[in-house]
Design a protein around this ligand. Structure first.
Ligand SMILES: Cc1cc2nc3c(=O)[nH]c(=O)nc-3n(C[C@H](O)[C@H](O)[C@H](O)COP(=O)(O)OP(=O)(O)OC[C@H]3O[C@@H](n4cnc5c(N)ncnc54)[C@H](O)[C@@H]3O)c2cc1C
Length: 493
């Protein structure tokens, strides 16, 4: 029997649901909003600070966002798109900080220069061309480039000390990069919504099933651990369950969800909290990925600020698991195989042998091999300063193509019902950094009428000044917006 009815039910209390809830609460304070979270605490899966890399993905340092074609031309279109999407997050967070709806920015975002570092002639050539193309665009203005060992030593001393001087190196630097505790952002947003009426946070409740009602709304069955399950109703449901969004999408039975599969990838970090080492590195330094490595496994050595802890983190080391969540079930992958996705899933397995080989080699890596990977970045790293920690779980999207075969996607994708009553977020990258843009997309798909006729578009524009315009095309707008967000979020150089 249904005992509660919500206008909006958000499943999962990670970065995505928190962001959608925060946007919707601002757009219409009268909406009744519920968040259902299977764990006892919010933001404890991928969104927790220690479970992700905390990089404010702006495409300054991530070399996998700029591909090189066979003629040696660098394509920066993906980097521009990600950068402009990240700027949308910065604007919304700035608005919330100004309104007193997020805490002081240094509790969740810190200026941390973003650097790329490569070695070997071919990679140096790539980085030089990438720099030439990117620095000519206003979104990447101010990017610096060097092939000088002395300059790199000033930029990233740990990376240069003990390095073979005969091997050519190059680096780029953008000073206004950021390190973000996405767990703190999500917890801050949910704490703010919880202060207001018309809100229910149901932690320790798992969504077990959902079915569509004749009037277009949803009946959602909740399992509160150790108690009898019960139903709630919702006009709109968002499946922001991270890796577990796919099985819930399958349970919803919407035709738009047919054919999707998921490929889970685990992550691990080497973590150093020795203050002597930590104080010598203040940057996120990204390198080039190994052959076959999935894009999110690009190695990087990062400064992290999580709560009161400052640490260095290196990784991620990928691996294979059958779980869709860090605290998920080993049956997750098997249970997600359905008639509609078995062919795409099998074909992805067969057509991605480089990835399979890479994951197997990562799984069987010894501690010494992991430290040796770190020493490629930081040659004088000592085993005793580093320990291994498990990161969060990512489920890459497998999508059916026009021939019914599968393609493996490394981005995120919104799957929504044609009537706008349900949306699910699949995939993991660029992830929490672009959550605001992604959730605005959900609003545009599922609340179109309110956007067009109830003043929501104007309200969005107040919260996100660049809404409806292009930061890629409009240099003056980008400059103005950046001046505002860098001042409000204390990212100014
Ligand atoms: C190793 C790694 C590194 C990353 N690095 C970065 C980075 O540097 N920058 C970046 O921007 N992004 C990064 N990401 C991605 C980012 O962490 C994710 O995109 C983001 O946290 C996803 O948020 P979410 O809300 O979708 O999922 P989650 O944070 O996983 O939240 C989903 C929630 O749903 C709950 N849930 C699941 N099933 C149910 C159910 N049936 N009922 C109720 N609740 C349920 C879960 O318990 C969980 O709390 C990284 C991810 C990983 C794994």
């Amino acid at each position: 029997m249904s005992n509660k009815k919500f206008d909006v039910l958000l499943v999962g209390a990670g970065a995505m649901s928190a962001t959608l809830g925060a946007l919707l609460r601002e757009l219409d304070p009268d909406l009744s909003i519920g968040i259902v979270e299977r764990l006892e605490h919010v933001a404890s899966e991928s969104t927790d600070g220690w479970n992700n890399a905390g990089t404010g993905h702006a495409a300054y340092c991530e070399l996998n966002y700029t591909s090189e074609d066979d003629n040696g031309d660098i394509d920066i279109s993906k980097a521009l798109s990600i950068n402009s999407q990240f700027e949308v997050s910065l604007q919304f967070w700035s608005y919330l900080v100004e309104q007193g709806k997020l805490p002081q920015p240094e509790s969740f975002i810190n200026r941390t220069p973003h650097k790329s570092f490569v070695w070997g002639e071919k990679n140096v050539d790539f980085l030089r061309k990438r720099y030439q193309k990117m620095s000519a665009h206003h979104l990447f203005e101010g990017m610096e480039y060097t092939e000088s060992a002395d300059t790199v030593e000033q930029w990233v001393p740990l990376v240069m000390r003990g390095r073979d001087p005969s091997i050519p190196i190059a680096a780029t630097k953008v000073e206004h990069g950021s390190d973000i505790d996405f767990g703190a952002v999500a917890r801050g947003m949910i704490a703010n919504i919880a202060k207001q009426p018309n809100f229910d946070l149901m932690v320790g409740h798992s969504v077990e099933n959902l079915s569509k009602n004749a009037d277009g709304s949803w009946t959602v069955t909740l399992d509160p651990k150790g108690k009898d399950s019960y139903d709630v109703e919702a006009t709109f449901v968002f499946l922001g369950a991270g890796g577990a969004a796919l099985p819930l999408l399958q349970k919803s039975d919407i035709p738009e969800g047919i054919g999707y599969g998921g490929f889970p990838v685990t992550g691990q970090w080497l973590v150093c909290t020795n203050p002597v080492i930590v104080s010598q590195h203040h940057a996120k330094v990204y390198g080039k990925a190994a052959v076959g490595a999935p894009p999110m496994s690009v190695p990087h050595l990062d400064t992290r600020n999580i709560g009161d802890t400052e640490a260095l983190l290196f990784g991620p080391f990928a691996g294979f698991t059958t779980k869709f969540l860090k605290k998920g079930s080993v049956m997750d992958l098997l249970s997600s195989i359905k008639m509609g996705n078995i062919k795409p899933m099998l074909s992805v397995g067969m057509n991605n042998m480089d990835l399979t080989k890479y994951l197997i080699s990562e799984v069987f890596q010894s501690d010494t091999e992991r430290m040796d990977s770190l020493r490629e970045f930081y040659p004088e790293a000592q085993d005793s300063d580093w320990s291994l920690k498990n990161a969060g779980q990512r489920v890459q999207i497998i999508k059916k193509d026009s021939e019914g075969k599968g393609t493996l996607e490394f981005g995120t994708e919104i799957v929504s019902a044609a009537d706008g009553s349900l949306a699910a977020l699949l995939g993991a990258s660029p992830g929490a950094s672009t959550a605001v843009n992604t959730m605005v997309d959900v609003i545009e798909r599922c609340f179109k009428d309110k956007l067009d006729n109830q003043g929501w578009a104007e309200k969005l524009k107040q919260m996100i000044p660049s809404y409806g315009e292009s930061l890629i095309e409009d240099a003056e707008l980008a400059k103005r917006v950046r001046a505002y967000t860098q001042t409000t979020l204390k990212l100014k150089v």
